[in-house]
Design a protein around this ligand. Structure first.
Ligand SMILES: Nc1ncnc2c1ncn2[C@@H]1O[C@H](COP(=O)(O)OP(=O)(O)OP(=O)(O)O)[C@@H](O)[C@H]1O
Ligand SMILES: [Mg+2]
Ligand SMILES: [Zn+2]
Length: 524
């Protein structure tokens, strides 16, 4: 098996350490003047060279080269032993797996023995912040009176967890994140030396994903290079998960086009395929964040395939910053609002509806509360469809003509449900969005019964004038004014009001009409 790339490329000389010049200069000087402090603390983010530098230091203090400035030489017996992992006086302790005080006591005893081979016994304690309190105390005693032949390098990614008493005994070096150009340059060197065929843009993409950790960057390159042929940006996006999937793009389109039905369908289809709604919401946020970056003239921070980039560019021209911030807030809340929800998709649905609502009425920003007034006049001025066929002209009062009986009424409502939804959408997209989450169940006591999947959506429907809008549209379409009763439940549930027969007319009508009113959740 070939060696893991990042281990193969562990720096063996001072010059090979990238991006930590401030530290390397100090350590080289100390070596040159033979004045290395007995306790060093290396702190900094993961994968930035702490362990590598600790080993370099251990090698340098034990190197046999005559010229101090040449140490480590990588040629003498000691340097070679260190490089092969066979130097007895280099002791590496992983505090993450040795947190008990015994290990440190053990260490204190052993430390009094002289080095086997070299001048110094060097202890590298990795992840030192993981030590228990008693272990720290034992370590502190050792640091207070170190034997002259002992040297400690404590390494940590979480320096704030280390007692100040320990920190004050050490010479401290703060490792910094490796910059993107530095990472790209190193990846270039490695790719050409390892004959890894990689598309130009990929290295930048990897570097940005690595967030300052050179090790992570190398690991990603390693992982990508195991595929056959050239590493393309598409492949990289796939592996890194940086490409939003089509469902997310459709969903965003639905928000911007106020397409309530389309958006909810996309959401449910994605959930049915087993995707985690919270993950979906995260992708939606990531997408809006990219649009935000585009708007703020930061396009080089956007890591997406070029076709998605074009979509982001397009969207950035039609969404206001304020609107974006609001959308990000709404979906962020959906992610956090998972606690009591028995329906994992519910917070996302509600976020979607809220997004539609605020988008349709920008004056409601930034509060983002559902508006009390419909955002557009109740009589739709711009109807995409021709005016609905009316049996009777709408009347302000109860019609005198004999109205269709209740059996006919639900049939008509069901038949026209799609159309009803479309006209509702022209009045207020949010109302349509809510209606998409319900099913017309039947007529009871001269009321149209709408079944909702949850109290939350039912409450939404009952607030503001969603009910009124729905009622008005139904009246326009079928010519009968009919009050609406909202309940939570479906035809399969026992909490249906009396008089709604789960297997009766409604069910039959749905079958005959192809069940087109069922917009969600209903398998088949
Ligand atoms: N500054 C750097 N210069 C050159 N290579 C580096 C540097 N930082 C990390 N690397 C690469 O990453 C690998 C791991 O680095 P190293 O173990 O020194 O990081 P670390 O800071 O100790 O990380 P951790 O905190 O996770 O232990 C090295 O073998 C090397 O390939
Ligand atoms: Mg390390
Ligand atoms: Zn040497």
């Amino acid at each position: 098996m070939t060696q893991v790339l990042y281990l193969k490329w562990r720096p063996g000389t001072w010059a090979e350490v990238i991006g930590q010049d401030h530290i390397i200069t100090t350590l080289k000087n100390a070596i040159r003047h033979d004045r290395v402090s007995h306790a060093q603390l290396f702190s900094g983010p993961r994968g930035t060279g702490k362990t590598s530098t600790a080993r370099l230091l251990a090698k340098a203090v034990n190197c046999l080269a005559d010229d101090l400035a040449e140490r480590p030489c990588n040629l003498c017996a000691h340097c070679k032993a260190v490089n092969q992992g066979q130097f007895l006086d280099l002791i590496e302790i992983d505090a993450a797996s040795n947190t008990s005080v015994d290990d440190v006591r053990d260490l204190r005893e052993k430390i009094n023995f002289s080095p086997n081979q070299g001048r110094f016994k060097v202890y590298i304690i990795d992840e030192v912040h993981m030590l228990s309190k008693p272990a720290f105390n034992a370590l502190l005693k050792t640091l207070e009176e170190p034997p002259p032949h002992a040297m400690f390098v404590l390494a940590t990614t979480e320096v704030h967890k280390i007692p100040i008493t320990v920190i004050s005994r050490c010479q401290r070096h703060d490792f910094r994140r490796i910059s993107i150009p530095e990472i790209v340059k190193q990846l270039e060197t490695m790719a050409s030396s390892e004959s890894i065929d990689v598309e130009e843009d990929v290295l930048g993409l990897i570097a940005r994903q690595a967030t300052g950790s050179l090790r992570d960057a190398i690991s990603i390159l390693d992982q990508l290079s195991s595929a056959e042929g050239q590493i393309t940006t598409d492949l990289a996006h796939q592996v890194l998960g940086t490409s939003p999937n089509q469902a997310v793009l459709n969903f965003v389109d639905a928000i911007l086009e106020a397409d309530a039905a389309g958006g909810l369908n996309t959401l449910h289809e994605s959930a049915e395929r087993g995707n985690d709604p919270a993950q979906f919401a995260r992708q939606v946020i990531a997408y809006f964040r990219n649009v935000l970056l585009m708007k703020m003239a930061n396009p080089d921070r956007i890591d997406v395939p070029s076709d998605v980039f074009a979509v982001i560019e397009k969207h950035s021209k039609v969404i206001e910053i304020k609107q974006l911030l609001n959308l990000i807030r709404i979906f962020n809340e959906a992610i956090n609002d998972r606690g009591g929800s028995w329906q994992p998709i519910l917070p996302l649905e509600m976020a979607f509806l809220e997004a539609l609502e605020t988008n349709s009425d920008p004056s409601s920003l930034p509060a983002g509360k559902p508006t009390a007034e419909p955002s557009k006049p109740a009589s739709p001025g711009k109807q995409t469809k021709p005016a609905p066929r009316k049996k009777t002209p709408p009347r302000p009062a109860e019609t005198e003509e004999s109205p269709p009986d209740t059996g006919q009424q639900p049939l008509m409502i069901l038949k026209e449900w799609k159309e009803i939804l479309e006209i509702v959408r022209d009045t207020n997209p949010a109302t349509q969005g809510i209606l998409n989450s319900c099913k017309p169940l039947g007529i009871k006591d001269n009321q149209l019964v709408l079944g909702f999947r949850s109290d939350a959506i039912k409450d939404k429907m009952e607030k503001g004038d969603h009910l009124q809008i729905c009622q008005d549209v139904i009246e326009k379409v079928i010519g009968v004014k009919i009050p609406i009763l909202c309940i939570v439940g479906s035809k399969d549930q026992s909490d249906l009001p009396d008089g709604v027969d789960p297997d009766g007319l409604i069910a039959a009508a749905v079958r005959d009409l192809g069940g087109s009113y069922v917009s969600d959740q209903e398998e088949e």
